[in-house]
Design a protein around this ligand. Sequence first.
Ligand SMILES: Nc1ncnc2c1ncn2[C@@H]1O[C@H](COP(=O)(O)OP(=O)(O)OP(=O)(O)O)[C@@H](O)[C@H]1O
Length: 243
Amino acid sequence: MVDVTELVTLSTQNLHRNFGPHVAVCDVNLQLKRGEVLGLLGPNGAGKSTTMRMLTGNLAPSSGSIEICGIDLLDKPLEAKLHLGYLPEIPPLYFDMTVNEYLLLVARLHRVNKQIMQIVLKNVKQRCGLRDQGKYLIGTLSKGFQQRVGIAQAIIHNPDVIILDEPTVGLDPNQIQEIRLLIRELGATSSVILSTHILPEIENVCDRVQIMHKGAVVFDKTMIELRQQDANLEDIFTQLTRS
Ligand SMILES: Nc1ncnc2c1ncn2[C@@H]1O[C@H](COP(=O)(O)OP(=O)(O)OP(=O)(O)O)[C@@H](O)[C@H]1O
């Protein structure tokens, strides 16, 4: 018999964040299962990045709780973060390091075992299409390749939960296709949360979609449910976020 709690990799209870009097995120309750790719949609300022920053331990909630693989993120941040990979809106890159130097640094920070280090580095570069870029300074790479390095740092330690804030922004159509395939591949074994403004991206890549508006989750359905109801995501989005 499968233990359902083992399938849940991330859960939040009444997640809330104010900036002074402004409510940026309001009572977000979320459960994510292993093997699930969740698309987070919302107009500018809806609260997506604030939510993701809280889920990754980069911003303290005003109230509420977050568990990653059953570990309380606020009580045991280091332990919980071992299970997390995060690509923020602006990738955390060092432009004066080579790709190899940077990925080695990130792998060490994530406590990747020394004995498997070279295999891990080779593997992540291969998955992210960076096989030939290892010796280049990150600052000299194109935007698309820098984005790939950003994704590589998020997945290098094989995390259970991967959070990607607009991962395909600034990429050309071929690169977008490759990154979408990679996200699907990641979603086969991990849980992925993906924020994007591109509706077809959600339709192509995600198993479930949530729409945020004014800090709250106003829509939550699986792609199967949407298809069964013959619902149009663009119409739903416009109706729910017009005001
Ligand atoms: N550090 C901050 N100080 C004050 N207000 C903030 C701060 N960060 C975010 N906000 C506000 O919180 C709200 C939610 O912002 P957030 O960046 O989470 O939205 P978003 O959905 O990610 O938007 P976008 O799609 O434009 O990236 C906005 O009104 C924003 O101005």
